[in-house]
Design a protein around this ligand. Structure first.
Ligand code: ADP
Ligand code: ZN
Length: 728
């Protein structure tokens, strides 16, 4: 077996695919496969699984057989290989017998490097299929979407069970199984059922650093979506909605506002569905409003945003859907509109009649979705922990981490809120209590309540601020909410501390969150006009070849060209996405535009500014940043460094203990302050143990309940942030 140096593999990656660097575990996976071993590779959607078998296929002699379940995706993959000058073909039920025969003849004659096969093509009588494979003498088997083999997975396909014959009949041919399923049971199942027990397993982090996560309250949602889309012209995205009717309604409204939107759901006939899908792929539509039926077969790498108009049923679904954004590695947004009303609606949806166990599982998943939306923590950290990865408490690229925190003393408001709850008998949900506090004239408010002294005492505070206060009081254990459909607010003994004035309540507010979404992008280093020209060239080439535009070149190749202005073939080769084949085939078309631009504007190539060997574009994708500590946090830090204790700082700054503890937590989780300066190891361990005992909840209260009065909320928060930052 030939060995390949890292250098050689890099060269091959550049030569065949035009990429400068391997992503995630691509390199070790490829080395393992080339050494003749079986591999199971687990990578998030968009992680670049295909290269893991496509590159070995190019280096190994003979043919690689790829089993892939999705016919639409198969065609797309084959097209993009062909666009790189690589001989690839597929066999599936969409072809006529003649077409299939042609493919088989070509494969036997050694004219095909990668042959994609749909699992249903494997006949029940496997011996004829095995004979067929023997005539091809394959060098490698790749099983894409390998979780389809497991009934534990979310997409079980019984035909996949036949794939055990691969290893059984070709024990010396390596098998590479690839999936994005993070579930351990599924992973074990894959190895078993493919009979590749000796496979080396590579698990990549599920973090998608280029996706920015935002959660917004669901108010005036169409207005907000439209505003976002209009600010992001030239970028495309997917909007997920729960029901077929609402996809049509939302698409209709956006359309009326002049946005190129179409809808997609399982109720459309097959023709209509592929028309919409193709329209999106060819950038004829800017947005598709869809149910979750949309996306499985979509391999569009430049989806710039995924918006959830409604709350998804579970985090797995949410993560998979948001994962369809930014597969090209460029900065992309995932925006979720959240309301408790949606959660209530979903409770009815996820109930499986006559199956208490399934209902229970689904309810729990929904509960975690709710916690994710309500938790006052880094969104990315929550997601990563959900999938079993440790992650620091600050990512710098979610709405939580990007908003500077502002605190204000909300003790008086909290007292008003609590009195309102008591006066109305602890029987009402947050919506009613807030309306009552704001003196709403609505008929919903009972007449008897309108004569109470507390009616209308909170007029001057805005509705969303009241909502924030309720949320934070719930999260921090100053308020309870019943689990029934009424979600009534009720007091606990901590509430009474606030009522009596024994505890001060600081409300943490995020400043300027709204602006992050619609603010104009940072100034770009390239000329929009030139970009338009390059897009035009790409469009013409795509049109001529009847392929989607990103098949010619991905978006970031255009961005790099517009930024660095390559002027000849050699310079073009340094642009990401330009393998040798594409430089030869398309180079001159782009160079014509680039040279003309340079001439007219009297500018020269800026290739010297491009760092060698990098796939990064002019606009760098987000790297985790240090938390943005505001002034108030820094003031706390400097007093702490002067040797003051936390209570002393609280007193000198006239802020609550809880507030100062929050500040300190931030510095502990980013490593500025050692945790040992704050609490003994014993306490730290007790808190972590309580976290596990409480079922890894994001809320502090269940943990506090286990630990009792010797532990303050602040201490718990500090310890948890520290633990979650992966420093322990
Ligand atoms: P997955 O199957 O894991 O969802 P793909 O294999 O479809 O992901 O890859 C996603 C996108 O990333 C594709 O557009 C692919 O061409 C691109 N890609 C893969 N590997 C690299 C790399 N090393 N450098 C740059 N882009 C890459
Ligand atoms: Zn974050």
């Amino acid at each position: 077996m030939a060995t390949y140096s890292t250098e050689k593999l890099h060269q091959a990656l550049k030569h065949f695919f035009g990429y400068d660097e391997f992503r995630l575990n691509q390199l070790p996976v490829i080395e393992t496969v080339l050494a003749g071993n079986d591999v199971m590779g687990i990578m998030p959607t968009g992680g670049g699984k295909s290269i893991c078998y496509q590159l070995p296929a190019m280096l190994l002699p003979g043919i690689t057989i790829v089993v892939s379940p999705l016919i639409a995706l198969m065609k797309d993959q084959v097209d993009s290989l062909l666009a790189n000058g690589i001989h690839a073909a597929f066999l599936n039920s969409s072809q006529s017998p003649d077409e299939q025969r042609d493919v088989i003849v070509n494969a036997r004659n050694g004219n095909i490097k990668l042959l994609y096969i749909a699992p249903e093509r494997i006949p029940a009588n496997s011996s004829s299929f095995i004979e067929f494979l023997r005539t091809l003498n394959p060098s490698l088997f790749a099983v894409d979407e390998a979780h389809c083999i497991s009934s534990w997975g979310h997409d079980f396909r019984p035909e996949y069970l036949k794939l055990a014959i691969l290893k059984q009949n070709f024990p010396h041919t390596p098998v590479i199984a690839l999936t994005a399923s993070a579930d351990k049971l599924t992973q074990d199942d894959i190895v078993q059922k493919l009979a590749i027990q000796r496979a080396q397993v590579f698990i990549s982090s599920f973090n998608r650093p280029n996706i920015f996560y935002y959660i917004r309250p669901k108010q005036n949602v169409i207005g907000k979506i439209a505003e976002y889309i209009l600010k992001h012209q030239g970028q495309c995205g997917i909007i997920y909605a729960l029901s077929r009717a609402s996809t049509e309604e939302v698409a209709g409204k956006l359309h009326a506002m002049g946005i190129k939107a179409a809808y997609y759901h399982a109720g459309l006939d097959a023709n209509e569905r592929s028309r919409v899908q193709e329209g999106f792929q060819k950038d004829e539509y800017q947005v598709i409003v869809a149910t979750i039926a949309f996306g499985m077969g979509i391999d569009k790498s430049n989806v710039r945003f995924v918006i959830h108009h409604d709350v998804p049923k579970n985090i797995e679904g949410y993560y998979q859907e948001t994962g369809r954004a930014g597969r090209d590695g460029l900065k992309s947004d995932a925006i979720l509109f959240y309301s408790r009303g949606d959660i209530m609606k979903l409770k009815r949806f996820v109930t499986v009649d006559g199956n208490a166990e399934q209902t229970n599982i689904a309810m729990n998943k929904l509960k975690q979705m709710e916690q994710f939306c309500e938790a006052d923590t880094c969104r990315r950290q929550y997601l990563m922990q959900y999938f079993g990865e440790k992650f620091p408490a600050y990512c710098g690229s979610c709405d939580y981490c990007m908003s500077s925190l502002e605190q204000r003393d909300a003790t008086v408001d909290a007292q008003k809120l609590l009195s309102a709850i008591v006066r109305t008998g602890e029987r009402y949900g947050a919506g009613y209590i807030i309306d009552f506090l704001r003196g709403s004239q609505s008929e919903k408010i009972q007449e008897a309540h309108k004569s109470l002294k507390t009616y209308g005492i909170g007029k001057e505070v805005k509705k969303d601020e009241w909502e924030l206060l309720v949320k934070q009081m719930l999260n921090n254990g100053f308020l309870e909410r019943t689990e029934d459909q009424y979600a009534s607010l009720q007091l606990n003994h901590h509430s009474h501390e606030i009522l009596k004035g024994e505890t001060q309540l600081m409300l943490v507010m995020h400043k300027g969150i709204k602006d992050q979404l619609t603010d104009d992008e940072e100034e770009l280093a390239y000329d929009e006009q030139l970009m338009k020209g390059l897009r035009g060239v790409r469009y013409e080439l795509a049109d001529r070849e009847h392929v989607p535009a990103y098949n010619i070149l991905p978006d970031n190749s255009l961005v790099e060209m517009a930024t660095y202005l390559p002027q000849n073939d050699n310079e073009l080769k340094q642009i990401s996405g330009f393998g040798d084949y594409k430089v030869g085939k398309y180079g001159s078309h782009f160079l014509r535009v680039l040279r003309q631009y340079a001439e007219e504007n009297k500018v020269a190539s800026k290739m010297h500014l491009k760092a060698p060997k990098t796939t990064r574009t002019a606009k760098k994708p987000a790297e985790p940043k240090q938390p943005t500590a505001g002034n108030t946090q820094l003031a706390t830090l400097s007093l702490f460094r002067e040797g003051m204790t936390i209570p002393e700082i609280a007193q000198s700054r006239r802020l609550s203990l809880a507030t100062i503890e929050n500040h300190i937590a931030l510095f502990v989780s980013d490593g500025t302050i050692e945790i040992s300066q704050l609490m003994p190891q014993r306490k730290l361990e007790a808190i972590v143990a309580a976290l596990h005992q409480s079922g890894q909840t994001a809320a502090l209260k269940p943990i506090k309940d286990i630990l009792g009065d010797d532990y303050s909320y602040g201490e718990i928060k500090v310890a948890l942030d520290y633990y979650r930052s992966g420093r322990m």
